[in-house]
Design a protein around this ligand. Structure first.
Ligand code: ADP
Length: 905
């Protein structure tokens, strides 16, 4: 039965007894008095006081935290206290205070029931019980509860003594000499006292010693009821026995004998039970000790027990590994010898902490091993309690020397890596696959103008220029596939300027996850140098173009026999000169083309053209070469409309076919095909030549890249063809690539988007006409070239006049009104455009046909500014003099048959 239940039951019974007493008085029905005339009934004042005390207990005990209830409980108990104190004072002093007259008078109205007063013994018991309730309801705290419990216990004891008086017929005990206490009052007082005491809780002193787990409490629990029972029995036996046996001495002896037998029997049973329990406890203790030893023996940590003065009481076997001492070597000694002088305060401080009942947590200290070396350890310890007193410390000790060493090595390597990371001249960064920066170095911050903190919140796409940011997902995919990548890109700085960079990335593992480590090098200066070099090459090439054009034209004329037939040797040398001049012209053209295409200066003149025709044309152009090289050329193409610059696409195709011829063996085959694939045309040039090694495949489309350094010399290449082709294809939004197997051949592919039907413009057709004799004015500062042109035109009965300056050109034009003007733009006295501007002011000359023949590549706007009548634009070196001759003659034939019109080149 729990304490709570005991409390409730006792108080409820006490309440019941009081209620019956009051009802009995009221109804003149006194049960107890009827049992024996000796038994007096409980007076109504006493019953009422009991009811008030019970009410106080119920009010408080059920909800101790509610203030109104506590107040009620306190008030009830106080009334009882005051009332009973007055009764006691009245009894002790003899002063008639007559407080009970209140009740007596009232109760007497209920008939002839004899009315008794409250005994001072009862009053004393009730004062104790009332005080106990006042204390417990008015305040909390362990000491007060203890006091309340003791007072309640005293009240119960008074009740018990009175019961003994009734039991053994000793009227003195129940106060017959003064005012006797009713048996029911004694029982109610006993129960109420026990109830209030039990409600003080298991931790309260009088209760604790009875219900606790200690051997004391166990014995008390066994012997207290026994003692009470024996006392009651002995008393009863003696009273009854004396009247029955007649001899008090014999009765007493018998009673004592019986009591001893009972005590011995019960004591031996109790001893056996307690013994068994002790044995069980021992077993459990041994088992738990064994478990502890096994754990202590197997842990890496050292487990120890210290007294509060630092004496080692226990040390686990790990001690030998950690300190070099066997446990028995250290047990019983003070732990001080394991500490150096400088570390000893830590031992004392920790012991003080333990003595204060606190734990020592993660204490790091240096300790001494048996061999004198030092180790770093981490200690955790907590107090050992014995009978509520702290007697020592139980702790765990871990050797962390190695861990610390590894940590500091890691820190050092981290510092080294950081220093390296930050002191290189390259920008280094790591980003995850979700493309968030994880690490960036100082150089990246300087290069981009962002702080480290800013960059760590950003993504690589945020600092890449948009065209490179778009390529990033593809590059990551490539990186995942191959593991590394090397490419050019550009960073946009914080101020909006762009820094070209060269980027080398590879996949690494960073904090257990795949990430990209990238090293970026600022190549602004290199790019500037490249630009300067390109400009230089381009300027030189420009300057070379004019004299070369003259040389080539003169050689051409010589070769055609214009100045008589040369001897065979001379003819051969002339052919060599022609071939090499052609090669030189090709190189210069390629350099200029490449430079212009790369810088976007060459506009693509896109129009509707037929893919099939382009392939056929390219094949036709290349046929003589294939025949010469003994190579068969197969052509297969689908017709499809493209929106492209036909000359440029043809240029790309002839480049590829030219290469295929160059690198095919005699008797080899070449296939040129064009087929639709989705919304684009795929052009393919396949050969069975020597093939290209895999490591060169990616580089070939860069300028001056050749598989073999001797290719330029032996095959007559410039190393620019593929780069030009790539620029052309890319400016058509296409893609170019190569697949090749060494020794088996190569296939070059490029794509050009197909023309959406709606975009197709109408295309004018060209016409030809019959030749006629006309006058031409040639305004050209290079007399050689001017003479060659004149000589060519003369062959067609065209009369030419040559002037070497712009001024003379304007004057002569106005004077002779030529049928056609051939104009160079770079003139010693003025730019050709000024000549045009001047001639436009003349009514007749503003519509004279014009051929602009210049080294400059002109854009649409520039051309517009140079038009007179129908105007043609020829770029020197792109249109060599022979072609110039042919085209000019055709042009004149057409114009003079048409009668003149606006010209389109
Ligand atoms: P080149 O004027 O030297 O041909 P390209 O840019 O057209 O310049 O080609 C670059 C290099 O690529 C060539 O020098 C050659 O080494 C290689 N190459 C191009 N096409 C082929 C091919 N069909 N077969 C083998 N190698 C080729």
């Amino acid at each position: 039965m729990t304490l709570t239940r005991i409390a409730w039951l006792s108080v409820i019974i006490a309440t019941g007894i009081s209620v019956i007493a009051i009802v009995g008085w009221a109804s003149n029905w006194l049960i107890v008095a009827q049992i024996s005339p000796q038994f007096i009934p409980m007076p109504p004042s006493t019953a009422l006081m009991f009811l008030l005390l019970c009410a106080s207990w119920f009010a408080y005990y059920d909800k101790p935290s509610s203030p109104p209830r506590r107040m009620l409980a306190e008030a009830c108990a106080l009334i009882v206290l005051v009332f009973c104190l007055i009764v006691l004072i009245e009894f002790l002093t003899g002063i008639p205070l007559d407080i009970e007259q209140l009740f007596l008078r009232t109760a007497s109205r209920f008939g002839s029931v004899p009315i008794g007063g409250m005994s001072p013994i009862t009053a004393a018991g009730l004062v104790l019980a009332g005080a106990s309730l006042v204390i417990s309801s008015s305040a909390s705290g362990d000491r007060r509860r203890q006091l309340a419990a003791i007072l309640a216990l005293l009240a119960a004891s008074i009740g018990f003594v009175i019961i003994l008086g009734y039991l053994f017929g000793a009227p003195l005990l129940y106060g017959s000499s003064i005012i006797p206490v009713a048996l029911t009052t004694a029982i109610a007082l006993d129960l109420l006292g026990m109830g209030v005491c039990a409600s003080a809780g298991p931790t309260c002193w009088p209760i604790r010693i009875v219900i606790g787990p200690s051997l004391n409490a166990q014995l008390l629990r066994g012997f207290l009821p026994l003692t009470i029972a024996i006392v009651l029995f002995l008393g009863w036996f003696y009273v009854v026995g004396v009247s029955w046996i007649g001899n008090p001495a014999l009765t007493a002896s018998l009673a004592l004998f019986l009591a001893l037998i009972t005590v011995i029997t019960i004591a031996s049973r109790t001893a056996r039970r307690v013994g068994e329990e002790i044995d069980q406890t021992h077993d459990a203790l041994r088992e738990s000790e064994e478990k502890f030893r096994r754990i202590a023996g197997n842990t890496i940590d050292n487990i120890f027990e210290l007294d509060l003065d630092g004496t080692i009481r226990y040390d686990s076997p790990a001690s030998e590994r950690i300190f070099g001492y066997k446990p028995e070597e250290v047990t019983g000694r003070s732990a001080e010898f394991l500490f150096s002088d400088s570390e000893l305060p830590k031992l004392y401080d920790s012991l003080a902490v333990i003595a204060n009942g606190k734990n020592v947590e993660r204490l790091e200290t240096e300790m001494l091993r048996k061999d004198g070396s030092q180790i770093l350890v981490e200690i955790n310890a907590s107090p050992i309690l014995r009978e509520e007193r702290i007697v020592g410390a139980l702790g765990f000790l871990r050797d962390i020397t190695e861990r610390r060493r590894a940590e500091s090595a890691l820190r050092e390597s981290e510092v080294r890596y950081r220093t390296l990371f930050d002191s290189t001249n390259d920008a280094i960064f790591i980003h995850d696959m979700g493309r968030k920066f994880l690490e960036v170095n100082r150089v990246l911050c300087e290069l981009t103008g962002h702080s480290r903190e800013e960059l760590l919140q950003m993504m690589p796409t945020d600092i890449n220029s948009p065209e490179y940011a778009r390529l990033l997902p593809d590059r990551i995919t490539q990186l995942r596939r191959v593991g590394h990548a090397f490419f050019e890109a550009a960073f946009v700085r914080r101020d909006g300027t762009v820094a070209p960079i060269e980027l080398s990335s590879r996949i690494i593992e960073y904090k257990g996850k795949p990430a990209v480590l990238a090293v970026a090098r600022d190549i602004t200066e290199r790019k500037q140098m490249e630009r300067m070099k390109d400009q230089f090459v381009s300027t030189v090439s420009h300057e070379l173009r004019t004299p070369l054009t003259s040389i080539r034209a003169s050689l051409g004329l010589l070769a055609s026999g214009v100045s008589g037939t040369l001897p065979e040797k001379g003819q051969r040398m002339l052919e060599i000169a022609v071939t090499n001049t052609d090669r030189l012209v090709r190189l210069i053209n390629d350099i200029l083309d490449s430079e212009r295409l790369a810088s976007g200066k060459t506009p693509m003149e896109k129009k509707t053209c037929n893919a099939g025709q382009l392939v056929t044309q390219a094949a036709d152009v290349m046929k003589p070469l294939t025949e010469k090289a003994g190579i068969s050329l197969s052509v297969e193409s689908q017709d499809a409309a493209l929106w492209a610059d036909p000359d440029r696409i043809a240029q790309a195709l002839t480049n590829l076919v030219g290469n295929a011829i160059k690198f095919s063996p005699k008797g080899g085959r070449i296939w040129v095909t064009a087929e639709r694939k989705e919304n684009q045309m795929v052009f393919k040039v396949r050969d069975e030549g020597r093939g290209i090694p895999p490591d060169k495949l990616g580089l070939l489309f860069e300028r001056f890249q050749q598989v073999d350094a001797s290719d330029a010399r032996e095959k007559g290449g410039t190393g620019l063809g593929l780069s030009i082709s790539r620029s052309i294809v890319e400016q058509h939004n296409g893609r170019i690539w190569v697949e090749s197997t060494v020794g088996k051949g190569s296939t070059f592919f490029f794509t050009v988007p197909l023309l959406p039907e709606a975009q197709a413009p109408l295309q004018p057709e060209a016409t030809t006409g019959a030749p006629s004799t006309r006058k031409v004015l040639i305004i050209e500062d290079d007399p050689d070239l001017a003479n060659i042109l004149a000589a060519m035109l003369e062959r067609h009965n065209i009369q030419s006049h040559i002037v070497l300056t712009g001024g003379k050109g304007i004057a002569l034009s106005k004077q002779m009104h030529p049928d056609l003007i051939v104009l160079d733009l770079i003139l010693p006295d003025m730019d050709g455009s000024i000549v045009v501007e001047d001639l436009r002011k003349d009514n007749i000359l503003r519509s004279v046909p014009l051929v602009v023949y210049t080294v400059r590549e002109l854009d649409e706007q520039q051309r517009e500014n140079l038009r007179l009548g129908e105007t043609l634009f020829f770029t020197k070196s792109r249109i060599p003099p022979e072609q110039f001759e042919e085209k000019v003659v055709q042009f004149m034939e057409r114009i003079f048959e048409d009668g003149g019109s606006t010209g389109v080149n």
